[in-house]
Design a protein around this ligand. Structure first.
Ligand code: AMP
Ligand code: MG
Length: 420
């Protein structure tokens, strides 16, 4: 791959000093390529991982034609267009097939999941038949050929690929693989992500808070966001705004990780110093992104590791993580499904302040009122107000060109939670 600067300079509309969110995403995607290495693991452990092989069934699922209901297996050609009386000659249960041969005029008691007896093509549900003590079964008219029968291979067919490499494995896929009798699969190895926070003002939990200090929270939100993405995490702690300490932290992080994430130190006041350091260590671009919160951000490579230098403000960290880092990590991890966060529509329950020329990610509460989904903000929207994230269940995404929003207008929202 060519260098970072060379790759991004080819994108139209690339302006590092006023970079649109969509352009920043495009630039990142143009530069990151998925990891190749994989490992074989048991299917339970494969939950949340990325498949690194195609799954091609060697058996049909279901393996046999079987009944979808409890009732009687019949031969459709035996039925009249009035009531039909058949002789019950045996039973087929799930896991216990009927091995006899039923002749014309005969039927077999059958339970859900039981293999269809030879020659039978239709199941009549037990609720509609009349069975008598001498095992005569009265079938009402109006049955349909083939009803209530599940066919061999109707879920999965021998030789027809069902899951492709790159698929993210959810509970449904794990179950599906199990249904093929497969106990181990090849998945991409986990991404290794190393992070640290920078800032002379940062106190660590457990230490007293001295004048002018704040407790470092970014490492904890970052840890939480990364843990949910199922990556291998290494936390290098807090690093002072000191060239020698920063240099050694960057070198160490880049040696061990696929991705290095830092917070702080990329705002205008501090960037020059970090820029000089980066020029020595790797190839890193410093962006001013047309967004709020989260304007400054650095992106590039140190050695083989991708670097995301996020802003220091706690809300900006979360927003830039979700809008840029999350998707980059998912792409790097080898996923090929469309993993971008869906944008849904909701009605603004109140007027929202917004100026054109930047994308805003306001913290919102989505709620239902009179059968309509509405959204309001969580109030104070400062990029240091982490409470605004804690109270939110969504981002209200206000597009680049958009101006002020009136109550009642439609706005886009991104949910912060999915099915857990
Ligand atoms: P910076 O981007 O380094 O200029 O930081 C911007 C703001 O975020 C400052 O008010 C910092 O004190 C605050 N900040 C930076 N890092 C952290 C952190 N790890 N935890 C909490 N606040 C932070
Ligand atoms: Mg700082």
């Amino acid at each position: 791959m060519s260098g970072i600067a060379e790759t991004v300079s080819c994108l139209d509309g690339y302006d590092p000093d006023a970079l649109r969110v969509d352009k920043a995403r495009e630039a990142i995607f143009a530069c990151v390529s998925p990891i190749e290495e994989s490992e074989a693991i048991g299917i339970r452990q494969a939950l949340g991982r990325v498949l690194a092989e195609d799954i091609v069934p060697r058996i049909n699922v279901p393996a046999h034609d079987n009944s979808a209901m409890d009732g009687y297996a019949v031969r459709f050609s035996d039925l009249h267009d009035r009531e039909t009386s058949l002789q019950e000659v045996g039973a087929a249960l799930a896991g216990r097939p009927f091995h006899g041969k039923a002749a014309a005029g005969q039927c077999v008691r059958i339970m859900t999941g039981a293999v269809m007896p030879e020659g039978m093509d239709t199941v009549v549900i037990q609720e509609v038949v009349q069975a008598s003590a001498d095992r005569k079964v009265l079938i009402p008219k109006g049955q349909k050929r083939g009803q209530n029968v599940r066919h061999a291979g109707e879920d999965l067919k021998v030789g027809v690929p069902v899951l492709a490499s790159g698929k993210w494995l959810r509970p449904a896929e794990i179950g599906l693989i199990a249904s093929l009798g497969i106990g181990e699969v090849r998945v991409k190895r986990r991404l290794r992500v190393t992070f640290f926070a920078t800032g002379d003002e940062l106190a660590s939990i457990g230490a007293p808070l001295r004048e002018g200090e704040v407790y470092d929270s970014n490492r904890y939100t970052l840890h939480g966001m990364l843990a949910r993405l199922d990556v291998e995490i290494a936390d290098l702690g807090v690093v002072r705004d000191d060239p020698a300490q920063l240099e050694s932290a960057f070198r160490k992080a880049a040696r061990q990780a696929d991705v290095v994430i830092t917070t702080g130190g990329v705002s205008v006041g501090e960037a020059d110093f970090v820029k000089q350091l980066m020029a020595k260590l790797g190839e890193v671009l410093f962006w001013k992104i047309a967004m709020r919160p989260g304007r400054p951000m650095a992106f590039g490579k140190i050695g083989n590791a991708y670097l995301f230098g996020l802003p220091g403000n706690p809300v900006a960290v979360m927003v830039t993580f979700y809008q840029f880092v999350r998707d980059a990590l998912l792409h790097l991890s080898g996923r090929t499904d469309d993993f971008s966060l869906p944008l849904l529509k909701a009605t603004a329950a109140e007027a929202l302040r917004k100026v054109p020329g930047r994308t805003e990610y306001q913290r919102g509460v989505l709620f239902k009122e009179n059968a309509e989904w509405k959204v309001r903000t969580t109030g104070q929207q400062g990029s240091g107000v982490l409470r605004s994230m804690s109270e939110a269940n969504c981002f209200i995404v206000l597009e680049h060109e958009r101006g002020a929003v009136k109550a009642g207008e439609q706005v886009a929202v991104q949910l912060l939670e999915g099915l857990a």
